[in-house]
Ligand binder design. Structure first.
Ligand code: CA
Length: 367
């Protein structure tokens, strides 16, 4: 819609008409498939904004047409679509594709891994981007970070979780490695795209679900089925989204358009995080005050058990890497090294401040 109105605008202005022949010669139109339901706040709208930004920044030389989940390919089909060239671009989460390589998970989130800013630090100023390029290179894909949800919620439960035993026997929507962690604690993990979670909760096909956080979870209406909303989203402390690009298509872009795509992805990375930060608090208030949602944190012993199982999963991934270039092992090693370097700082920096802010001191205007 924006694309059409942009092109229309470009063709009616006098100056643009003069410039039109030169522009139309180099006009490129790309498809961007996404994993998100149409119009989904945050992820879906963020992907649409990214597409519109690239189109606008390139003055229409590179026009990106976004597709919601299922419009061109299924929600979890972005990797294959971009690898095959069905779409030149996609917006989704890398950890949906651990079937391609276990290394993918680390570029979204690993349980007890990185916060949003730690992940960004690793990818941009650590070895993250280089390892990511190497991981995707055999598939003919490259990727950039393009969004982050911030800290997620552990998810929605129909009953209270008082002990590890309460997890036993639950069918719970949790993709990727969180599914594996929970499985070790007796949960049957289920992977479902966002748009299919609510009907599955309603029909009783699943007993609970994680999705994102208050902003998106409110929009999808999970509170209508589950009343307990658990924090300690240790599984996705800052879930990164990715912009995947078909490598052959990328190589056809002139350098300036490549730069526009990179910078637009970077802008969208920040923009999405800002949106989640701004919208999550009011959404949480609505869930609690209007819908009677009960917010809980996991008991410490359950959290410890999840941590221990996360370590087991990490070790399984490490041991399971049989690639000749040890790419998954090297990602795990670098993930652990960066974690070791960054945590002493975030602990004394951000975490110390957040703890300080929990003190009963309050701002109160005297006038
Ligand atoms: Ca999630």
């Amino acid at each position: 819609m924006k694309r059409r109105s942009f092109l229309k605008a470009a063709s009616v202005g006098g100056a643009s008409v003069v410039a039109a022949p030169a522009i139309s010669q180099g006009l490129i139109e790309w498809r961007m498939v996404t994993s998100w339901p149409k119009g989904l706040p945050g992820l879906g709208m963020g992907a649409e904004r990214l597409a519109a930004n690239i189109t606008a920044m390139s003055n229409g030389r590179l026009t990106i047409k976004p597709y919601a989940a299922g419009e061109l390919v299924p929600a979890l089909g972005c990797f294959d679509a971009v690898a095959s060239g069905t779409a030149q671009m996609s917006h989704d989460a890398a950890y949906y594709h651990t079937g391609k390589s276990e290394g993918c998970a680390f570029f979204t989130a690993f349980p007890f891994g990185f916060t949003a800013s730690e992940l960004e630090g690793w990818v941009k100023y650590g070895n993250g981007q280089q390892l990511w390029d190497e991981l995707y290179q055999p598939f003919g894909i490259r990727a950039f970070m393009a969004g982050n949800s911030g800290t997620q919620m552990l998810g929605w439960f129909k009953k209270e979780i008082r002990s590890v035993a309460d997890l036993n026997g639950l069918k719970f929507r949790a993709p990727g490695n969180q599914g594996r962690v929970l499985q070790k604690l007796g949960v049957t993990p289920v992977t479902l795209p966002g748009g299919e979670i609510f009907p599955a909760l309603q029909s009783g096909a699943i007993d609970g679900a994680e999705w994102i956080g208050p902003y998106n979870d409110l929009a999808l209406g999970f509170y209508q089925v589950c009343k307990y909303y658990y924090s300690h989203g240790y599984h996705e402390p800052g879930a990164g989204l990715q912009l995947m690009i078909n490598e052959q298509a990328w190589q056809t872009l002139p350098k300036d358009l490549q730069e526009i795509v990179k910078v637009a992805a970077e802008a969208s990375n920040r923009d999405m995080l800002a949106e989640y930060m701004a919208r999550s608090g009011p959404a949480l208030r609505t869930l609690v005050q209007q819908h009677g949602v009960i917010v809980r944190g996991l008991p410490e012993d359950v959290l410890m058990a999840c941590g221990e199982k996360s370590n087991e999963v990490l070790n399984e991934i490490y041991a399971g890497d049989t690639s000749p270039n040890r790419i998954v092992k090297r990602i795990v090693e670098d993930f652990l090294k960066f974690r070791e370097d960054v945590i002493p700082w975030t602990r004394i920096g951000e975490q110390a401040f957040l703890n300080a802010r929990r003190l009963p001191f309050e701002f109160k205007l005297k006038a």
